[in-house]
Design a protein around this ligand. Structure first.
Ligand SMILES: [Zn+2]
Length: 309
């Protein structure tokens, strides 16, 4: 199984167009030791020329064009993208679908509730239904591994995908009338991929600690997890007002109740942070926060990072 990080920042990217925080200001001026980043996007591949996109970032067009592995075969129309798997209805994870509207038959997996949000409330996504055949919206069950890649007679073994609930809520744009009908546990999911005994767990939005996801993350060969904020008050400190990290569905990294302290010890796999907000001091490779992350045994994802399991 191959995993590519096409984008590693939270919504807004790094730098964010309307943000003049210390990080954004210094990276614009070339005064920060650290890399600019596009908005979080990950792809997983079980076999050559076969990719699954995990979420659909607002930067998706640029991210796909920058990597020849996502190009169609020469002189053809088509794509090596087998399906897109959506992990919530958040704008930053679904907006990129609108970059894929060039009459390409696509398969899109999401929980039944997220599918309702996209197909019943957002008529823009009907632009995906113009292809022949039209987009296939596929409901993803919770806690049940499903084979997403399994080709008859193929020497490559199957890839399974299991969705687990991560709590969290539906985005603000979802109407109250629909919200009342949606299953709470289907709002935000994490994904476990298994192929040939290797396990990859992906969760860019962790709103709390639950034994289920902690166990999957600990047992995985690669855990790619929510690195959005360093402190709970990070946005308030920069903007002067607003919500805490926890209020918008992200546990912070630091502190006695932060992800670094609460992550179970004893796992053997790689632990990598993704979805970093532009205010996060970890983006500055010379910061104490960046050092603390590395000292705790974590890596920080960057655009173009590739991992093979
Ligand atoms: Zn900023």
């Amino acid at each position: 199984m191959r995993i590519k990080v096409l984008g590693s920042a939270a919504g807004g990217g790094f730098p964010q167009w309307n943000c003049g925080c210390s990080n954004c200001d210094r990276v614009r001026r070339g005064l920060l030791r650290g890399r600019p980043r596009t908005q979080a996007q990950v792809a997983v591949s079980p076999a050559p020329a076969t990719w699954f996109l995990l979420n659909a970032s607002p930067d998706l067009r640029q991210q796909l064009l920058q990597d020849l592995e996502f190009a169609p075969a020469q002189h053809t129309r088509g794509t090596p993208i087998s399906a897109i798997i959506l992990m919530s209805a958040d704008v930053d994870g679904v907006m990129g679908l609108l970059h894929l509207r060039e009459f390409q038959p696509l398969k899109i997996y999401a929980t039944a509730s997220v599918l309702r949000v996209l197909t019943e409330e957002n008529s823009l996504f009907r632009s995906l239904e113009r292809s022949v055949p039209p987009v296939q919206w596929q409901a993803l069950p919770l806690d049940q591994p499903i084979p997403i890649y399994q080709r008859a007679g193929d020497a490559v073994s199957a890839l399974t995908c299991k969705a687990v609930s991560l709590g969290g809520g539906y985005p603000d744009y979802v109407s109250n009338s629909l919200r009342k009908q949606l299953a709470k546990e289907e709002a935000v999911i994490g994904l476990e991929f298994v192929q040939d005994g290797k396990k990859f767990f992906y969760a860019p939005s962790l709103s709390g600690y639950d034994e289920n996801w902690k166990c999957l993350a600990k047992e995985s060969d690669l855990a790619l997890l929510d690195g959005t904020f360093w402190t709970d008050n990070e946005l308030i400190d920069v903007r002067g007002s607003g919500k805490t990290a926890r209020e918008i569905g992200h546990v912070p990294l630091s502190g006695h109740d932060g992800l670094l302290a609460r992550f179970p010890s004893g796992g053997k796999g790689r632990r990598v942070l993704i979805h970093l907000n532009n205010t996060n001091p970890v983006l500055d490779e010379e910061s104490a926060a960046s050092k603390a992350v590395r000292d705790a045994g974590w890596e920080v994802a960057y655009d173009g990072m590739e991992i093979e399991l």
